[in-house]
Design a binder for this molecule. Structure first.
Ligand SMILES: C[S@@+](CC[C@H](N)C(=O)[O-])C[C@H]1O[C@@H](n2cnc3c(N)ncnc32)[C@H](O)[C@@H]1O
Length: 412
């Protein structure tokens, strides 16, 4: 018998040893065969009071979710605690805003896998720690508009998949329909070129490898007053609800700033709405994303001047003297964080810094660089767009001591 002491970063329960026990919770007494430091299919002898019945019928087999057996309250506290511990490891503390959790069935962006079998095709998520695909008929995470595409994706898998390879369908919901970018399929030969146009109208856009097969309607996203068509498969916040919560946090953290640098700006998710009230300079490493932002910007009205720049911010961060003209910086880097860029922000002493992060460890490291340079960490908010997964996303506000971290008038 073993007692689970805590959850690891992948959401597995951990008992002394350490022994990793998936689908368990802290305080639970479990039994099972330990193999290579793991117990698969543990028997729960004493369940936690936080254990709930998983809502999804696919939960035990599907690898898409790993924490549906935990209560919402436990998950919110656990995610906040992951951030609190990462900060404590850097000697930092923060006040936490209530966790914002996106509703079930609101994921607008996901990658599904497809394989061809002898007679049919299967589309779904990979099974837990396996290459096998679990077909999904009902999913508590994905937006119903994504789920509705599965029959078409199965047909496409039969047409363009092989029995040895797995197709990946990167799906993004837009108001105009689903944007689908397919990779891992057969080369786009004449047969496929003849067959795929039958899906015109069912997808807004279909891309095969590097090639766009058709665009029946521009798969636009609305960022403030602008409409942007992101490149196929491009980054987009996972839920519209999570994006709105992050934007509200970023607005508050940038406060009354009149000139904002948006670093790691993507296609303008934050830059375009922020430009309603302030001048913005958006910097991003991917030229196609900046081109998409620029196209959206050209047709938008009611914005203050917004400039863009394609730049690798790991190799060539904006330097302190380039940052001196801004009174706020928003930084939303990939998982690696933004070590070099944060050092320059600290040097420049930009009064307000809004941080958005998908990795509490690199967030805490970069926040420490700022606090060592005199910044105050005002608050942190976990925004849970990845419900029932161990993934943690957050926004935070830092200011120099003479700046009051008060919301702008009219923004709560
Ligand atoms: C977490 S996403 C955030 C994008 C945007 N802020 C949004 O909310 O949609 C991180 C962004 O950083 C960009 N990126 C990754 N590495 C980079 C680098 N070395 N220099 C500049 N941008 C980079 C990615 O292309 C991606 O758009």
């Amino acid at each position: 018998m073993l007692e689970i002491e805590r959850l690891g970063h992948h959401g597995d329960g951990i008992a002394p040893g350490p022994v990793y026990v998936p689908l368990t919770l802290p305080g639970e007494i479990v039994n099972g065969t330990v193999l290579n430091g793991r117990i698969e299919d543990a028997r729960i002898v004493t369940p936690s009071a936080e254990r709930v019945r998983a809502p999804c019928p696919h939960f035990r087999s599907c690898g898409g979710c790993s924490l549906q057996h935990a209560s919402d309250r436990f998950l919110a506290e656990w995610k906040e605690d992951v951030v609190r511990k990462a900060l404590a490891a850097q000697g930092l503390e923060a006040g936490f805003r209530p966790v914002h959790v996106s509703p079930a069935r609101s994921r607008r962006r996901a990658t599904l896998a497809g394989t061809r079998t002898k007679k049919a095709a299967m589309v779904g998520f990979h099974a837990r720690k396996s290459d096998t695909i679990v077909p999904i008929r009902d999913c508590f995470v994905l937006h119903p508009d994504l789920m509705a595409m599965i029959p078409a994706l199965e047909e496409i898998t039969r047409l363009g998949g092989s029995r040895s390879a797995t197709l990946a369908f990167a799906l993004t919901r837009s108001e105009a329909g689903i944007d689908c970018a397919v990779t891992g399929g057969k080369p786009l030969d004449e047969t496929l070129r003849m067959a795929l146009p039958r899906y015109i109208g069912r997808f807004a856009r279909l891309t095969w490898g590097e090639e766009t097969v058709f665009t029946s309607a521009l798969p636009v996203q609305e960022f403030g007053p602008a409409k942007v068509t992101p490149p196929p498969g491009a980054f987009l916040q996972a839920t519209g609800d999570g994006e709105a919560a992050l934007l509200a946090a970023v607005r508050e953290a940038t406060g009354s700033a009149t000139h904002i640098a948006d670093l790691f700006a993507g296609c303008g998710t934050f830059a375009l709405p922020l430009a309603v009230a302030a001048r913005v300079h958006a910097v991003e490493g991917d030229g196609e994303m900046i081109a998409a932002l620029d196209r959206g910007l050209r047709l938008a009205t009611g914005l203050k001047p917004l400039t863009t720049e394609t730049r690798d911010l790991f190799r060539r961060p904006l330097l302190a003297d380039e940052l001196a003209r801004f009174d706020a910086v928003l930084i939303d880097p990939p998982r690696a964080g933004a070590e070099a860029q944060t050092r320059e922000i600290a040097k420049a002493q930009v009064p307000r810094v809004a941080m958005v992060s998908c990795n509490p460890v690199t967030f805490a490291r970069d926040a420490k660089t700022l606090t060592e340079a005199g910044y105050r960490l005002n608050w942190v908010q976990v925004v849970d767009q990845f419900r029932w997964s161990p993934h943690v996303e957050l926004a935070a506000s830092l200011t120099l001591p003479h700046i009051e971290a008060k919301p702008k008038k009219g923004q709560g």
